[in-house]
Design a protein around this ligand. Structure first.
Ligand code: NAD
Length: 297
């Protein structure tokens, strides 16, 4: 299939390479010349503009930083430039409202089918082709996007109508943000109460305190499976990306009238942690902030 791929950063670079590996003909564009050169090394054909990348595409995939960029890029450079009948797939994490608006514009102005298909899984999963896609769009749009997404991930799940993929993503990450902080504070308190972290893990990982944050991504070095905590809190999911997702969740909660006190507190605490200059540190590193603000008994 001919695929136009826009946004070849940390995530998009690996995803485009997996489409090439699956036998697709990928024409790629990024504002960064270095990102474009790296994509060329993995077998993508570099394009000089977005319009050139999508000109004869049967599918367009975008992996971009935020909703404003996605909105402008589709409005100015994809809709009306990609052939009618191309399936449009935005994998970026953006707000629900913008995802719905862009899909509406694409249908109205060009008769395109479009899905929002944000991902779970970080750079490692993007490179390995093991992402999970949460997809919002009509059943027909989902069917068209599915083979393209399957080449980049291990699971492709239809979440519902347009915007439902973004809704699933931010609700999931709101749980993650809150459970990570809860897990960190429990480890800090357990230690202050004289419990050995490994012993506490052995108990809680088999009791009702168990969660993904504890058993797959333990925030304490040397405890549980290998995680960013064992690598000085580097190379995982950066605090600034967690904060981005939590702020999108707060925006959506506001618009939907949902009451989310734990999510709101998690957003505040990650804002505090990022303001300490820790935006690039893995989000589980927030355990240091909780430890530092604990007092002696
Ligand atoms: P990134 O900043 O590494 O990559 C974004 C790329 O888009 C950059 O190469 C940039 O040059 C390019 N770009 C920006 N504006 C452009 C434009 N107008 N035209 C063409 N290219 C443009 O970001 P990333 O980490 O790859 O994340 C991409 C998306 O994936 C974000 O929405 C992020 O929230 C989401 N996400 C990231 C992770 C992660 O672990 N990094 C995990 C899940 C989801």
């Amino acid at each position: 299939m001919k695929i136009g791929f826009i946004g070849l950063g940390n995530m998009g670079g690996g995803m485009a390479a997996n489409l090439v590996r699956a036998g697709h003909d990928v024409r790629a564009f990024d504002l960064s010349a270095e990102a474009l050169a790296r994509a060329q090394d993995t077998g993508c054909v570099p394009a000089a503009t977005v319009a050139e990348a999508v000109a004869d595409a049967q599918a367009v995939v975008t992996m971009l930083p935020n909703g404003k960029i996605v909105d402008h890029l589709y409005a100015d450079e994809v809709i009306g430039k990609a052939p009618r009948g191309a399936i449009l797939i935005d994998c970026s994490t953006i707000d629900v409202e913008t995802a719905r608006k862009v899909a509406r514009d694409a249908a109205k102005r060009g008769g395109y089918e479009m899905v929002d298909a944000p991902v779970s899984g970080g750079i490692g999963a993007a490179n390995a082709g093991t992402l999970t896609f949460m997809v919002g769009g009509t059943p027909s749009a989902f069917d068209h996007a599915q083979p393209v997404l399957s080449a980049m991930g291990k699971a492709v799940i239809h979440a519902g109508q347009s915007g439902a993929g973004q809704a699933a993503k931010i609700c999931n990450n709101m749980i993650l943000g809150a459970t990570m902080i809860a897990t960190c504070e429990a480890f800090v308190m357990a230690k202050k109460l004289g419990l050995d972290p490994q012993t506490f893990y052995d108990i809680s990982s088999k009791a009702s305190g168990q969660s993904w944050s504890m058993t797959s991504y333990c925030p304490v070095p040397g405890v549980g499976p290998q995680s960013p905590a064992d690598n000085d809190y580097r190379g995982g999911f950066a605090t600034q990306l967690m904060l981005k997702d939590l702020l999108l969740a707060m925006q959506a909660a506001d618009q939907a009238g949902a009451v989310v006190p734990m999510g709101a507190r998690a957003a505040e605490l990650y804002q505090e942690f990022a303001a300490l200059g820790q935006g690039d540190v893995d989000f589980s590193g927030i355990i240091h902030m909780l430890e530092a603000s604990s007092t002696d008994a």
